[in-house]
Structures are given as C-alpha cells and as structure tokens.
Design a protein around this ligand. Structure first.
Ligand code: HEM
Ligand code: MTE
Ligand code: MO
Length: 467
C-alpha cells in the first residue's frame, strides 16, 4: 500500500478558496472537496465555513453528517493525512447554539436533534383532526431563536418612496384577526420511501411530516396594503426572512408570488396563534407566515422581514433546495436554476393504521389515514385496496367539509373491511383523488428525485393476519 501524502495544518489552511482549492480535515485525514462545494446539500456557503480547517466543530452542529454515506462521500476526496505533530485535535471551540432550544414532547420521533426535526408517530397523527401543538411535526434548519415579544418588531419594507413599517405584536393585533385551519406538509414528507427505492440526500421522514392546526393572525394582504403595496402588472415576489440564522449570519428565507400574497382569497397569514395559543417556540414564536396550500418551506417561522422584490428570494432554500427533478438527474448533472421552486403541493395520502409489519386479527380490519392536496384542492375520494391494488374500496371521509378552492386542511379517512377468509397477509394500499382529478402515482420509481421531495406514491402497508 502506498503511504499517504503528509500535510501540516498550515498547508491545509492555505487551501481555503476555489483558486487555491478547498481542503478540509476530519480526524487526521485531509480532503480536497473543491468539486463537491457546489453540490453540498447544506449549501456551498456553509461548507466554505470549514474551508482550510477541521470539519468537527461544524459537523457537531449538524448531526446529518453522522451517517456512513456521508463518510463514504468524503472518503472519495481524500488527498492525504496530517503530519504526526499536527494530529492533536483542533483547539477550535464552539459554544452549543442549540443549548437554548425548547423542551420537546417525548412522543415525537426524532429525525435529527441539531437542528431539531421530528414527526408524530402514525398512531397519534390521525387521532385528532387538529394536531395538538406539542406533537405537531417540527422542521428546523437552525437553532430556535429566543425572541422577546416586547421588543419584537416585524420589518415590512415599503414600496419605493414609502417608509418601512416596524410592527410590534400589538400593531399586528390591530389588523382584522383572521382564523383558518391549514394543513402544513414538508416537501420531504415520506422521503424514507424514496430512499428505500434509491438513495437520496435528506432527512428520512416517514409519513408524519404533515400536521394540521387552526392558525390566527393578520392577513398578509392587509399588512402589505398598509405598507403601501399594490398588486403590480410585472412579476413580483414577497420575500420572507426568519430571525434564525446560521454561523455566517445568513437567515432562513423563502418567497411566494406577490399575486398569491395580495389575493384575499388565498388567505396568507402572518400568524401569531396556533390552536388558540401563542405560537410555540418551535413553530415560529412570535410570528410566522402561513401560506395555505403551499409547501411547508414557504411558511417562514420567527418572521423578521417582509419585502416585495422583482425576483424570488435568493435564499438557499428557495433556489438550491425544495425543487423537483427527473429521476435521470443526479448530483453531477443537477442544475437547480432549471426547475421552478416548489409552491403548491401535489395530492397526498397515507395509511396511519395499521402499521407496516403489524399483525391484525382475522374477521375485520380498520384502516385509517389522512389525505390532502395543495392549492386549496379538495380531496374528493380515497381508494383503499387490501390486495396490493387489484381491487379497491372507497374509504369514508371524516373531519370537516372542505370549501371549494379553499380546501386548506386534510381529510382524515377510514375503512372497515372484512378480511377475506383464508388470507395470511394483506397488502394494504391507499390513494387519494383531488377535485381536479389529480391522482397519486402507483410507485416511487417514476417520481424518484435526488433530494427525495414530493414523495406521494400510493402508500403501502404490509400486515400479517392471525389465523
Ligand atoms: C447536509 C456533506 C460540510 C452543513 C449534508 C449532506 C451531505 C453533506 C452528504 C446530506 C446528508 C443527508 O441528508 O443524507 C458534507 C461534506 C462536507 C460538509 C462532505 C465537507 C466537506 C458542512 C459544513 C456545514 C454543513 C461545514 C456547516 C457549517 C450541512 C447542513 C446540511 C448538510 C445544514 C443539511 C441540509 C438539509 O437537509 O437541510 N452535508 N457537508 N456541511 N450539511 Fe454538510
Ligand atoms: N422558517 C424558518 N425561519 N426556519 C426554518 O428552518 N423551516 C421550514 C418552514 N419555515 C423553517 C421555516 C420548513 S422546510 C417547514 S416544512 C416548515 O417551516 C415546518 O414548520 P413546523 O416546524 O412548524 O412544522
Ligand atoms: Mo420542509
């Protein structure tokens, strides 16, 4: 075996820009990751924080790197090792930015602690039409900011020639209070099913990255009007910035088209209440955006700033993430500029009971789940099969009736069905239909994408039957 090239920390430090190439270390190994920087799922700017030095202090913040596939990826870029006298662990200290995160409910299934990402277990998810706040799924990209409601101000940038508004919570309470029930779904919901087909990069959500709450707040269109904004002829976008930020000071950001923001019928909210309570810290205290019918990523939490811009938000999460691609696109060929940002989500449904691998009694089986579609499209039907999709029965839709074009919340559904005599196992499948007659694809293969978003194939659960 060839002995590795030996470098000093000093030499590694000199490789910290594209011109000099970008090197990092992990343990005593040295890597040249220049070619990977633009492909980094966490963004090029974050990776660049570690350029010329050790990864440990940064990876300590993002547990997503503690996976074999990440280590294997890094291994491909190995160029050598640190000299023996340089192997002492780096003295770089990082105080824990997550130390101040709130306490969470023990029922949550945690996908990542830092940042905190967790979903309710299926057996709790559809127990209530309104998801109780403590088990509402949580998707954080960064530490949770601790904001003082007394000094909180929402910066609303005015149109050219107009002044900005700096709204206190009391100012927001002066706008007409609007209340709506809205289901929020992460673009990565059910990603784990895509991963099982072929590896993707992202948190391994099961069926629980979706929840429903009754939100109350000021309508965004009222606040924008107060700041002097009008609907304009040219394309424009409303950009949101959170008060959570990464080690570079970059805030979470996203945008939606101005036309949706200004449409009173679209009911976009600056919400300060969730199920009659002030927003919990994990869900954006004191103010978050709620964009009914639109992917979770645009519902910016801990809202700090709203502005109207000619272009979409330049945020990583608007431009370099939360987009769909052909199954043929891989990390070597992906061009994020070529695909639109995800806004309205496609029709979705999943089985929450029974669970995959469970054993059910012969006689009769009860099947439960949820169904939802983006853009305010109502769920008109859920079909359930016990034989892998050969024959179908129509499930009963529970929960509240949906308003046409404003069906912002899910339908829970259930089916009680006799277990066909002699069956030793069931392949239970569900699929929903929305009021545009959109349907779910039967398998993952044709919708697989490298980031594992928009995973809405028929949901399948395999159970055994006790004789
Ligand atoms: C995600 C690799 C450096 C922050 C990821 C993922 C990979 C990766 C493969 C996706 C993992 C998955 O979801 O399965 C690397 C490599 C690095 C590096 C090879 C160095 C050469 C960094 C640094 C930071 C960082 C220095 C922060 C300062 C993140 C974040 C995500 C991520 C925040 C999560 C993105 C998301 O799912 O929202 N990284 N990373 N990474 N990385 Fe890195
Ligand atoms: N807003 C800020 N400021 N920071 C974030 O990390 N995550 C987004 C969105 N808003 C996020 C954010 C994503 S991807 C989703 S799916 C939803 O918040 C999740 O909202 P929840 O945690 O209240 O369920
Ligand atoms: Mo999300």
């Amino acid at each position: 075996e060839k002995s590795p090239h030996i470098y000093t920390r000093e030499e590694v430090r000199s490789h910290s820009s594209p011109e000099t190439r970008i090197w990092v270390t992990l343990g005593c190994e040295v890597f040249d990751v220049t070619e990977f920087v633009d492909l980094h799922p966490g963004g090029a700017s974050k990776l660049m924080l570690a350029a010329g030095g050790p990864l440990e202090p940064f990876w300590a913040l993002y547990a997503v790197h503690d996976q074999p596939h990440v280590r294997e990826l890094l291994a491909q870029y190995k160029v050598g090792e640190l000299s023996p006298e340089d192997k002492a662990p780096s003295t770089l200290q990082t105080s824990d930015p997550y130390a101040d995160d709130p306490i969470r409910h023990p029922a949550l299934k945690v996908n990542s602690q830092r940042p905190f990402n967790a979903e309710p277990p299926p057996e709790l998810l559809t127990e209530n039409y309104i998801t109780p706040n403590p088990i509402f799924f949580t998707r954080n990209h960064l530490p949770v900011p601790n904001l003082d409601p007394e000094t909180y101000r929402l910066h609303v940038v005015g149109p050219p020639g107009c002044q900005s508004l700096f709204l206190s919570l009391d100012d927001l309470y002066q706008f007409p209070k609007h209340e709506i029930t809205v289901t929020l779904q992460c673009a990565g919901n059910r990603r784990s099913e895509m991963t099982r087909f072929k590896e993707v990069k992202g948190l391994a959500w099961n069926t629980g990255a979706i929840s429903t709450a009754c939100w109350a707040g000021a309508r965004l269109c009222d606040v924008l009007a107060k700041a002097g904004h009008r609907l304009c002829e040219t394309e424009a976008h409303v950009c949101f910035e959170g008060l959570d930020s990464d080690p570079t000071g970059t805030a979470y950001g996203a945008s939606i088209p101005l036309a949706r923001a200004m449409d009173p019928e679209a009911e976009v909210l600056l919400a300060y209440e969730m199920n009659g309570q002030p927003l919990p810290r994990d869900h954006g205290f004191p103010v978050r955006v709620v964009v009914p019918g639109v992917v979770g990523a645009r519902h910016v939490k801990w809202l700090g700033k709203v502005s109207v811009e000619p272009e979409e938000s330049y945020s990583h999460w608007q431009r370099r993430d939360y987009k769909g691609f052909s199954p043929s696109v891989d990390w070597d060929t992906v061009d994020f500029d070529s695909a639109p940002s995800i806004q309205e989500l496609p029709v979705q449904s999943a089985i929450t009971e029974p669970k995959d691998g469970e054993t059910v009694q012969s006689g009769e089986v009860t099947i439960k789940g949820y169904a939802w579609s983006g853009g305010g499209r109502a769920v008109v039907r859920v079909d359930v099969s016990l034989d892998g999709g050969l024959t179908w029965q129509v499930a009963e839709l529970d929960g509240e009736e949906q308003r046409p074009r404003k069906a912002w919340a899910w339908r829970l559904w259930q089916l009680q069905a006799p277990v066909p005599a002699g069956k030793k196992e069931l392949n239970i499948v569900c699929k929903a239909v929305d009021d545009s007659y959109n349907v779910q694809p039967d398998t993952v293969a044709p919708i697989w994408n490298l980031r594992g978003v928009l995973s809405n194939a028929w949901h399948r659960v395999h159970v055994r039957v006790t004789p």
